[in-house]
Design a protein around this ligand. Structure first.
Ligand SMILES: [Zn+2]
Length: 286
């Protein structure tokens, strides 16, 4: 398994709401409550019959999976409180225990649902908004009509290697003891991705980098980001913690890292994440 959320098979359908009564028998619904999804048979795609018990609200069309239209229902009625809580999974559990295409669909559903739930009012004039094209929110005030589209917040993540083929790892104070990962941070306005990689590494560790190479990316629905993964080589490798984001940063060789992971002195990122993928990629390259 490489990493989660990047195998989304949904094809796009118009963002419209459809009355429950107009669903076809093969349509499926994703029920979301408090950022958790109701799961049946290890899938977030529930047949229409599974939601017969609740009030019949209009459902938001998300896309098409094989021959099935996929809809979202945000559980404002509190169905989540009445169901077995073990059947409500968060995205991290889905990433580990669910088929990757289904977890990817659920990730998109949660991100879009979060967008709509958090943009019910216009940011310019405070009037209510309604659903527009491509999951936009349109201000209902006829003199305003401000339209906003779902936003994805780009973040970079990078494996930095020095001349001794050691990797740069850092840890935040809020993480559990011993946990280390590669360097990451959000893109700033007016910044290229390459500039962002160089700035984040410099700000957090004092290390200057030279060559930046794109590796791959991962949708990161917490709540609406994308992690863009890079590999870079260090030009100046002295570590100076600069902006208090990290509690510690280290250069570490493959052998030492393996020993410390084995001895449980260091723990690495969760296995579905691109951070773990970048570290594994370096570990396996010897
Ligand atoms: Zn407005």
């Amino acid at each position: 398994m490489p990493f989660a959320f990047n195998h989304n098979p949904l094809s796009i359908l118009p963002s419209v709401t459809v009355e429950y009564a107009h669903l076809n028998d093969q349509d499926v619904v994703i029920l979301i409550s408090n950022n958790k999804v109701l799961i049946s048979k290890c899938s977030p795609l529930l047949p229409k019959s599974k939601i017969d018990l609740i009030a019949k609200p209009p459902l938001l069309q998300l896309g098409q999976y094989k021959s099935q239209r996929v809809f979202i229902h945000n559980d404002l009625g509190g169905l989540g409180k009445t169901q077995n809580s073990n059947n409500w999974w968060d995205l991290r559990r889905m990433a580990v225990e669910m088929r990757s295409d289904l977890a990817s669909i659920a990730a998109q559903a949660c991100a879009i649902n979060h967008w709509h739930q958090n943009h019910q009012f216009c940011s310019k004039c405070s009037s209510p908004t309604h659903l527009g094209k491509e999951h936009s929110r349109v201000c209902a005030n006829s003199t305003c009509k401000e339209t906003r589209y779902p936003r994805v917040d780009p973040a970079i993540i990078v494996s930095v290697i020095n001349e001794y083929d050691e990797i740069l790892l850092g840890r935040k104070a809020i993480w559990e003891p011993g946990r280390y990962s590669v360097i990451a941070g959000f893109l700033a306005h007016g910044e290229s991705l390459e500039n962002c990689v160089a700035r984040e590494v410099k700000e957090e560790t004092g290390v200057s980098i030279d060559i930046v190479e794109y590796i791959n990316s991962q949708p990161w629905p917490f709540p609406g980001s994308i992690m863009i993964g890079f590999h870079a080589t260090a030009k100046k490798q002295a570590i100076v913690l600069q902006d208090n984001e990290l509690q510690d940063a280290i250069w570490i060789s493959r052998q030492t890292l393996r020993e410390k992971v084995e001895n449980k002195e260091i723990s690495l990122p969760i296995r579905y994440s691109i951070s773990q993928h970048l570290i594994e990629r370096w570990l396996n390259r010897e």
